[in-house]
Every structure is written in structure tokens, then in C-alpha cells.
Design a protein around this ligand. Structure first.
Ligand SMILES: [Fe+2]
Ligand SMILES: [Fe+2]
Length: 167
């Protein structure tokens, strides 16, 4: 990250990164990567792309950082499969509880797992974060079989197309 972008990115997200609940994500590991690290990667890539697309990148970047704002404790009552479906709603509730987020940011968080969850993204910003999340996960989960990686890549392209069509 270039120095000026680094400074701006830090200004946008510093309150989230120092929040005690958010810091708990550092100890929740998935494929050897913490949810904190994963969320940071999604937020950084979203920051670059949304800035490039001339979107309201501050709001989108913050929502991207909060897209997986849940701890293993929050989902301990659910199976792995169920967690895939319910965690966007839990992340949204946590984001509402700890920060002030608007309707677009709520939708970004709640629909980032589309099409696993059936709730449709309402904004091109939601398609963007959903696509970036998949791309970052693809890179992180290199143990995935090629066919699965290809599937995720196709969904990413679909999301990028949706942004274009919504533009
Ligand atoms: Fe997620
Ligand atoms: Fe994610």
C-alpha cells in the first residue's frame, strides 16, 4: 500500500480496528488465517477498487471490514453449514451494536454471502464486497479443488457484471 493510501485507509477504519470486540476476531482461525486478517484483506481490496470505481469508498471500506464481524462464540450454537448462512445477520447485528452503520452498509454485510444466502444485494457496493470476499477467500483457501475455485471465480465475475449493470 502506498503511504498516502495507507494513512487514509487507517483513518477510515482505525476506530473499528481498536474496538475490543473486533480484536477478538484475531483469535478465531479459519484455514490458518484469523478472521481479523481476512476482514482486513477484504477491506483493503475493497478500498482500492471502490476508490477506482469512484464509489463512496469510506462507507464501503468500513462495511467491508465489518462483513464478518462475529466471533466463534457468537455462532457456537450452530453447525458449520448453518453458520455459513446465519453469520451475515450476526455480523450486521454486531455492527449495529458497536458502530453506527447506514442502510447500505447493513445490506453490504447482510448479503455478502450471496448466493449462499438468498437475500439479494441491493446496491452495487454490496456486489462489490461480496465479490471481493470470494476472491480473497479463494486466495486464502488454496487447498480448494480447482473446480471449486473456478466456481468462486465465476461468481466473482458475475458480481463485477452486476456492478457494471447497476452503474
Ligand atoms: Fe462471511
Ligand atoms: Fe469473509
Amino acid at each position: 500500500m502506498r503511504e498516502e493510501n495507507k494513512n487514509e485507509f487507517n483513518l477510515i477504519v482505525s476506530d473499528i480496528l481498536s474496538n475490543s470486540k473486533f480484536l477478538e476476531l484475531k483469535s478465531d482461525l479459519h484455514h490458518g488465517i484469523s478472521r481479523y486478517e481476512h476482514s482486513l484483506r477484504v477491506a483493503k481490496m475493497t478500498y482500492y477498487i471502490s476508490k477506482y470505481l469512484k464509489l463512496d469508498y469510506e462507507r464501503v471500506t468500513r462495511a467491508a471490514l465489518l462483513h464478518d464481524f462475529y466471533t466463534d462464540n457468537d455462532t457456537m450454537l450452530y453447525s458449520k453449514e448453518k453458520t455459513l448462512k446465519v453469520h451475515p445477520s450476526i455480523a450486521r447485528e454486531n455492527a449495529l451494536k458497536y458502530f453506527s452503520i447506514d442502510a447500505m452498509q447493513e445490506n453490504i454485510i447482510e448479503t455478502h454471502m450471496f448466493p449462499v444466502t438468498l437475500k439479494l444485494p441491493k446496491y452495487k457496493e454490496s456486489y462489490l464486497v461480496s465479490g471481493v470476499d470470494k476472491l480473497v477467500a479463494l486466495k486464502e483457501m488454496s487447498c480448494y479443488k480447482t473446480v471449486r475455485q473456478f466456481g468462486v471465480f465465476v461468481i466473482f465475475i458475475f458480481n463485477m457484471l452486476a456492478i457494471h449493470l447497476n452503474g
